[in-house]
Design a protein. Structure first.
Length: 140
């Protein structure tokens, strides 16, 4: 390869690196905007709710857990507001923003609360069921 050909390749490599950096920056920015949007809403039975409006609509209750007292709203109240027919007939898949999931039945849903940080607390179940940053609750 001649010195002139090497000089022509350097600007091409620089443009390629800048292009990759620009695409990466756009991707990171788009991902951050999605996370902000996810933190402000939750999908329950295919209906999207603003988290803050839920806590203005439903009554807060305080439960005792092995991690202390926790205050939030009953997930069963939220689910009943979505017009589920026969709530006892279904199981419920709780999905976190990081992909973590737990499936529970109606008896469990009657005892769980969700806090304004979108965290569930099942006082009667193992901590593995305490899902953080809930983004979706599916009815199965």
């Amino acid at each position: 390869m001649t010195p002139r050909e090497k000089q022509n390749i350097i600007p091409l490599l620089a443009i390629t690196v800048l292009l990759i950096a620009s695409v990466s920056t756009l991707y990171v920015h788009a991902t951050q905007n999605q996370q902000i949007s996810d933190s402000e809403s939750i999908i329950i039975n295919e209906q999207t709710f603003a988290v803050q409006s839920l806590f203005q609509t439903f009554s807060n209750i305080t439960i005792q857990t092995d991690d202390g007292e926790k205050t939030g709203i009953l997930l069963s109240d939220l689910l009943l507001s979505t017009d589920i027919e026969c709530p006892i007939c279904h199981s419920y898949l709780i999905i976190a923003s990081d992909g973590y999931q737990q499936t529970v039945d109606w008896d469990d849903m009657k005892q769980v609360i969700i806090t304004n940080e979108k965290r569930s607390y099942f006082p009667h179940l193992a901590h593995a069921f305490w899902v953080r940053n809930i983004i979706n609750i599916e009815v199965n």
